[in-house]
Design a protein around this ligand. Structure first.
Ligand SMILES: NC(=[NH2+])NCCC[C@H](N)C(=O)O
Ligand SMILES: [Mn+2]
Ligand SMILES: [Mn+2]
Length: 350
């Protein structure tokens, strides 16, 4: 037989080289943000470490071997006197304003640093109040950005419209130019001047919209695909309309609130709403966004391990990991990159 073991190895190496130059390594930065003060239930702060214990890194790594993952640990922040004063003077009616701002200011810087060092980043909450810092940081690095907010809730309350006083129901109002003015005492223009244009925001999965939120969405003509329209036209059409709405030259930020998924697959969350996306629908949406190759940042928020049974927590964490896996490369079709496949298994005559 003329074909030697060395030749087999050599040709395999050539194949590997061809594959890996076609698609080079890819850096992903991860930051945990154990922030729980955007709402009143303890437990969301445990999610970043819980996901790590449940092999977040290995799950992502095996969904795409070419990922080079840097975990930046959990974000730290300190509240200063200026913020406490803003809270006392202007925002005493919303819970934990100073903590919210301090955490998000730190996150804005962190995200910019991660994007200097990585092609993509992942922010793990924490409650959805951190959606402000994650997207705002992203916008300061990449001003031409589109945002897909996948959630049961619109999280677009103003301090004057919120019925709960919970700031995890308000982060989007800090991002849009038209609404930022309602936070005039927060001085966010100094630290995060770039805003999100309202036509580059799409919501998917909504089913619990407050009256004033509905007013705001309609007044500004913000695109939102609530569960009723998803039921009417189906997920593939919703994906198509979403992608049509976004500027194809923009990078994309995906902010994924675990409560977008139905409470049977994501029970351990603070504001669960029934009748949500199935896990398969969630995966389809995330796969389609991933396939644009424009997603540069993602959040996964609102997993609360203190709510529900042990099994509920397991289910919720597993669903979260499935969503992340799909975003960062896993293909249900099996069409993935494998560096050390033995291409000779059928014998060289094949
Ligand atoms: N990120 C969330 N889970 N937000 C829920 C918000 C619920 C309600 N709209 C509020 O403003 O209080
Ligand atoms: Mn949310
Ligand atoms: Mn929500």
């Amino acid at each position: 037989m003329w074909w030697t073991r060395q030749m087999a190895v050599a040709s395999r190496c050539q194949l590997q080289r061809a594959l890996s130059t076609a698609t080079s390594p890819h850096h992903l930065g991860i930051i945990g943000v154990p922030f729980a003060k955007g709402q009143s239930k303890q437990g969301v702060e445990l999610a970043p470490d819980l996901l790590r214990q449940n092999k977040l890194r290995q799950v992502l790594q095996s969904s795409d071997e070419r990922l080079i993952i840097t975990d930046y640990g959990n974000l730290q922040y300190a509240v200063d006197e200026t913020l406490l004063q803003q809270q006392r003077q202007h925002y005493h009616h919303i819970r934990n304003y100073a903590d919210f701002m301090a955490c998000n200011l730190a996150l804005i810087k962190q995200v910019q640093q991660m994007l200097q060092q990585n092609a993509q980043f992942l922010t793990i909450g924490g409650d959805h109040a951190i959606g402000f810092g994650s997207v705002a940081g992203h916008l300061q690095h990449t001003p031409n950005l589109s945002l897909v907010w996948i959630d049961a809730h619109a999280d677009i309350n103003l301090h004057s419209t919120s019925q709960s006083g919970n700031i995890h129901g308000m982060p989007v109002s800090f991002l849009l130019q038209q609404l930022r003015g309602t936070w005039q005492h927060a001085a966010i223009d100094d630290i995060a001047p770039n805003c999100l244009p309202k036509d580059q925001l799409v919501y998917i999965g909504l089913r619990d919209i407050d009256p004033y939120e509905a007013f705001i969405l309609n007044k500004f003509g913000i695109r939102y695909y609530a569960m009723d329209s998803i039921d009417r036209v189906g997920v593939p059409k919703i994906i198509e309309m979403t992608l049509d709405a976004l500027n194809p030259a923009n990078k994309i930020h995906v902010s994924f609130d675990i409560d977008a998924l139905d409470s049977n697959v994501a029970p351990s969350t603070g504001t669960a709403v029934r009748g949500g996306l199935t896990l398969r629908e969630g995966i389809s949406i995330v796969e389609a966004l991933r396939d644009t190759k424009r997603v540069q940042g993602m959040d996964l928020v609102e997993i609360n391990p203190k709510l529900g049974s042990e099994r509920d927590v397991r289910t919720t964490v597993d669903s979260g990991l499935e969503i992340l896996k799909s975003m960062f490369g896993y293909r249900r079709s099996g069409a993935r990159y494998y560096s050390n496949l033995d291409t000779n298994i059928l014998g060289h005559e094949q």
